[in-house]
Design a protein around this ligand. Structure first.
Ligand code: R1X
Length: 247
């Protein structure tokens, strides 16, 4: 079956996929795979397959923002993907997690518009506990700060005249803000697959801590490399468990 928007054939897709926003980053992740093959580059959706430590997996870019990313997640599920891991970037709410830290998202505040059109108010956007544990275990043995907790998914990157309640999210215990995890977690729950997400902190979302936004520093680059390594490792470990419980 040809997926109309990603322009990939479901027969070519393995059940494991790493997703990221940036098509260029998808290419970078694919460089770590053996026998990497670019299947399609349609709109913002760039799809590779390849092998890592013997596991066949896909790497797919989903673009910026929940509505576009959800199109990607939905088509991947239709193509037979059963485990999705997002690697991304996010703004931090806490000086304990400065640029260069990693955060594994356990659940997302649905401060987006897309998921309101999918599920009722109050329905949680929550990751799969096995995927989250695999990601946290893989990341926390590496150098650098790794945290685990709730993230916020917004639609607006640049602010308008409406106030976004960052202070309340922070007071309530959220660690970081990004733009796609709620879509990933709601779509994966709706469609009966599992998902997790890890983000590299690229600055502060908290106005009290805010500095000039520069996601292209060495510290952020190193954290992105770490999260990619953690996602690949987590996927291999999850697949090994799947194999051991398969009938
Ligand atoms: O999730 C956010 C979005 O995809 C984080 O970075 C992008 C905006 O720069």
């Amino acid at each position: 079956m040809l997926l109309p928007i990603l322009q990939i054939h479901s027969e070519d897709m393995p059940p494991y996929a790493i997703v990221c926003g940036d098509p260029k980053r998808a290419g970078h992740i694919a460089e770590r795979l053996e026998d990497a093959r670019e299947l399609a580059f349609s709109r913002e959706y760039r799809t590779f397959t390849g092998t890592y430590k013997g596991l066949k997996l896909a790497v797919v870019s989903h673009g910026v923002g929940s509505p576009g990313a959800a199109v990607c997640f939905e088509e991947l599920v239709r193509a037979g993907v059963k485990t999705l891991i997002r690697v991304g970037t996010a703004g931090s709410y806490s000086a304990e997690h400065p640029a260069g830290s990693l955060v594994v998202s356990t659940a997302a505040v649905r401060a987006d518009g897309l998921t309101r059109q999918l599920v009722p108010e109050g329905f949680p956007a929550v990751g799969d506990s096995e995927v989250i544990t695999a990601l946290y275990d893989a990341a926390s043995v590496m150098d650098g700060v790794t945290a685990k907790g709730i993230t916020v998914t917004l639609d607006a990157f640049f602010t308008g005249v409406e106030e976004i309640p960052h202070k309340k999210y922070k007071q309530a215990g959220a660690l970081a803000v990004e733009m796609e995890i709620a879509a990933l977690y709601v779509v994966s729950t709706l469609r009966g697959v599992r998902a997790g997400a890890i983000v590299a902190i690229d600055g502060y979302a908290d106005a009290d801590l805010a500095e000039v936004y520069d996601p292209h520093t060495d510290a952020v680059g190193a954290a992105v490399e770490r999260e990619i390594a953690a996602a690949l490792e987590a996927m291999v470990n999850l697949a090994a468990k799947d194999e051991s419980v398969a009938p």
